[in-house]
Design a protein around this ligand. Structure first.
Ligand code: ADP
Length: 160
């Protein structure tokens, strides 16, 4: 079985993340979307369980997608779950620089491969960081986050 892992913070989930999940789920037998977190650090704007719930909500109908929360090294998580490939999205040269280092380190450590998907033009400018900024000021997040979680994301950010 060809299994891929799409790891990230997903704080919160955006339309760009959903695009990568949809496109990747068509390429592999199983896609595990992993909310990576460090239990020693503050949880972020959204609780880890909430991020998992949002990812499950937007993956509705994609039968080969599973969502889990993980902490620890990516190479260990991959090995423990029988995953051969990590998926990352590339938006910019800035993403490229940091992603290359991580991909090379993971490959050197255990042979874990990384596959990159080019961000779709309609989502390339969207980041969780910008969504948080806009949402905290009560801005309209329509189009930036999937419709199924729009009101929830807006409410949580406005209440911060
Ligand atoms: P991280 O904290 O690991 O960067 P993110 O939740 O910000 O986690 O992103 C997870 C993955 O999704 C990364 O590979 C990132 O490049 C990708 N990604 C984020 N936003 C987009 C987008 N708009 N289009 C395509 N890929 C994206």
């Amino acid at each position: 079985m060809r299994k891929a892992l799409y790891p990230g913070s997903f704080d919160p989930v955006t339309s760009g993340h959903r695009d990568i999940i949809r496109r990747t789920s068509a390429l592999f037998d199983q896609l595990i979307v992993g909310v990576l977190h460090n239990p020693q650090k503050p949880s972020g704007a959204f609780a880890v369980n909430d991020r998992v719930a949002m990812l499950m909500e937007i993956s509705h109908g994609l039968d080969n997608v599973r969502v889990c929360a993980f902490s620890g090294l990516l190479v260990d998580i991959a090995r423990e779950n029988g995953i051969q490939t990590v998926i990352r999205g590339l938006r910019s040269g800035q993403d490229f620089e940091s992603e290359m280092q991580m991909a090379r380190l993971n490959r050197q450590m255990t042979g874990l491969e990384t596959m990159f998907l080019a961000a779709s033009p309609e989502y390339v400018h969207i980041s969780s960081n910008m969504v948080r900024e806009i949402g905290r000021f009560g801005g309209d997040l329509h189009g930036l986050v999937p419709g199924r979680i729009l009101s929830h994301v807006s409410e949580v950010l406005r209440a911060e």
